[in-house]
Design a protein around this ligand. Structure first.
Ligand code: G6P
Length: 626
């Protein structure tokens, strides 16, 4: 997730762009940059590796530019490490065209290869740079080889639009992209496909950005661009087109958010926003990495040799906190394909590390990629000869530098301390990896792989359905808001989700909650049940459903107030006082869904207690001490 911004109008363009980037820094801040048209038909381009303040210092000396178009970007790296070369805006070969982009261009390797073959030279490792060279190539075609010929402003603008339109029509993946061309210094063209883009209509000019926080200081009048929209933005006009060039009508909306609400997309907390971002986060994790049609799993960037995957004797997961719960689910997914797996808290790993060898793959899972316990565990595993695969959300993090292979979860920055969307991204990554390994090891044949991938790509829609049940989940949570103890139980794939449900409550509500393997109830936990104690059971369809049902009945018999997370098929069987119903999926995929109501449940309990949800007491987002 990156932030893009753009402005054309009579205000000082540098100031408006920098101000916008400061507001967008929450979307990522490893590098940033701006480009703006000068009066002499040239571009100013400034990029820095680091925060917006550095950029501000760099541009403050230059003469003010009014009336000219400018675009800006604050980056959260996905393709290519955080560096000045990879920072946006990116320019074409002529240095006259420039773009900023948020999203992932899936088909960039092929496009880039063709562009290089036809003489374009690339200066960054980003997928974004492909877009600007594509526009350049189209512009050259339209102008008959060279676009340096003099022409009336109207012709230049028409040609720029046409080249931009043709270029974005060739892109696959997700993008909110804005471009300027020094020959049309008062024009910004933006387009949207699966990444947010809002266009602001102001008194002293117009705006284009990833979200309204970038320009809220100047206007509350916005157009929310839709997928497949192109916006042509000038000082006094905003026009919308589709990718075929037909004009579109878009409705102007007056928003009522203040700046803090705008950053949170109108939600009260980042945690709730991030819970709602999960369908998009999972889509981003899966994008370009599953090919349901041919039953194959393709992870271009991973590069683990097939012979190593085939000869692997064991997988060892290491992680902390929520990431450790993803590891426990991972063990069960890989295990179901016959691959021996172990999971250990990174902080408890030392003794196991000594037992590893070159036939072990260690999968280290970490949202931040900076958790010290996880990094130390990886060092110990390497010393024993194991290969390391990092599953992380953070490009260029310490963990990636200390690992042999990396799979990025691509969820965008997670701000709420209690992890939600990063967890879903970790799970989705593990499904991709397990499918990939199982195909290579011959435990998943083509048609099974096709089915597996088809189930995976349906998950974002199922998650949306659960999110739409928010009111009901909130009501259920509120009935438990005075409880002082919670017990979460389940079996097999959902045992780690019981742990995660309990962790979420502890983290943000400061209430005692425990997750337990339902089968262990009889060995101790059942003794703590008192009348009215909440027992939350994940009781989705599986061969163990009757057993979970039995555990619920035992709890109920001792007076527990039982809440069951059920699916469309298990609802008729599970016996509880309260239910939250989710869509049915095969058990192996159910952790991706069962965790969603539990995140919301914890959120609404914390809300009714008035807790500081995004910054819970005593906790930190990234723990870099042992
Ligand atoms: C902290 C955070 C948790 C997170 C854990 C591991 O405790 O508060 O939300 O799960 O660290 O972090 P990582 O960045 O390694 O996933």
């Amino acid at each position: 997730m990156c932030g893009i911004t753009g402005y054309v109008g009579s205000r000082q363009t540098d100031d408006v762009l920098i101000e916008g980037l400061c507001r967008l820094e929450y979307r990522g801040y490893d590098s940033c940059g701006i480009a703006l048209a000068q009066k002499n038909g040239k571009l100013y381009l400034n990029r820095v590796s680091g925060r917006v303040q550095l950029l501000k210092n760099q541009v403050k000396e230059r003469p003010p530019q009014h009336g000219m178009a400018g675009i800006g970007h604050t980056r959260w790296a996905t393709h290519g490490a955080p560096s000045e070369e990879n920072a946006h805006p990116h320019t074409d070969c002529t240095g006259e065209l420039v773009v900023v982009h948020n999203g992932i261009i899936e088909n960039y390797p092929g496009l880039k290869e063709n562009l290089i073959d036809s003489g374009h030279s690339f200066r960054s490792e980003t997928d974004t740079e492909t877009i600007v060279h594509l526009i350049e190539a189209e512009l050259k075609k339209i102008c008959g080889g060279s676009f340096r010929k003099k022409a009336p402003a109207e012709t230049l603008e028409r040609n720029f639009f046409e080249a931009f339109r043709r270029a974005v029509s060739k892109l696959e993946g997700s993008f909110a992209v804005s471009a300027i061309w020094s020959r049309c210094p008062e024009l910004i063209i933006s387009a949207r496909m699966h990444s947010p883009l809002v266009i602001g209509k102001g008194k002293d000019g117009n705006f284009s950005a990833s979200d309204v926080s970038a320009f809220l200081k100047y206007t509350k009048q916005v157009y929310f661009a839709e997928d497949g929209d192109i916006a042509v933005i000038k000082k006094d006009s905003i026009l919308f087109y589709d990718f075929k060039g037909n004009t579109l009508e878009r409705k102007l909306t007056e928003i009522e958010w203040d700046a803090a609400m705008a950053e949170k997309g109108g939600y009260d907390h980042f945690m709730l926003k991030e819970i709602h971002e999960q369908p998009a986060a999972v889509e981003n994790t899966l994008r370009g990495r599953t090919m349901p049609m041919d039953g194959d799993f393709v992870i271009r960037e991973l590069g683990i040799p097939s012979y190593f995957i085939k000869s692997l004797e064991q997988i060892q997961f290491v992680a902390c906190g929520t990431a450790n719960h993803a590891a426990l689910v991972g063990c069960r997914i890989f295990g179901s394909f016959g691959i021996p797996c172990f999971a250990e808290f990174a902080s408890e790993f030392s003794d196991r590390a000594k037992m590893l060898n070159g036939k072990t793959l260690v999968i280290a899972i970490s949202q931040s990629g900076e958790t010290l316990d996880t990094i130390i565990a990886v060092r110990e595993a390497r010393a024993a000869g194991a290969k390391i695969l990092a599953v992380t959300n953070t490009v260029g993090s310490t963990l990636t530098r200390e690992s042999d292979y990396t799979l990025y979860t691509r969820c965008g920055p997670e701000i709420g301390v209690a992890s939600t969307k990063a967890f879903l991204g970790q799970l989705a990554s593990l499904y991709i990896l397990a499918g990939h390994f199982a195909v290579i090891r011959g435990t998943l044949d083509d048609s099974q792989a096709e089915e597996y991938a088809a189930e995976l790509v349906k998950l974002p829609r199922h998650i949306e359905k659960i999110l739409a049940d928010e009111k009901n989940i909130r009501k259920t949570a509120e009935t438990f808001s005075k409880s002082e103890h919670f017990l979460f139980i389940s079996r097999r794939f959902n045992y780690p989700i019981a742990l995660e449900g309990a962790l979420k409550i502890k983290e943000i509500s400061y209430v005692h909650a425990e997750g337990y393997a339902a089968g262990e109830m009889k060995h101790g936990p059942i003794a703590i049940i008192y009348p009215g104690m909440p027992v939350i059971a994940i009781a989705v369809s599986s061969e163990n459903l009757e057993l979970v049902n039995g555990n619920m009945a035992e709890s109920k018999a001792r007076g527990a107030d039982v809440l069951a997370i059920v699916d469309e098929k298990s609802a008729a069987i599970a016996k509880a006082a309260h239910y939250i119903k989710i869509p049915y999926v095969p058990e192996i995929f159910s952790p991706m869904l069962t965790v969603i109501p539990l995140q919301m449940f914890a959120y609404y309990i914390a809300l009714s207690k008035g807790c500081d949800i995004d910054k819970p007491r005593n906790l930190a987002k990234s723990v870099t001490v042992r």
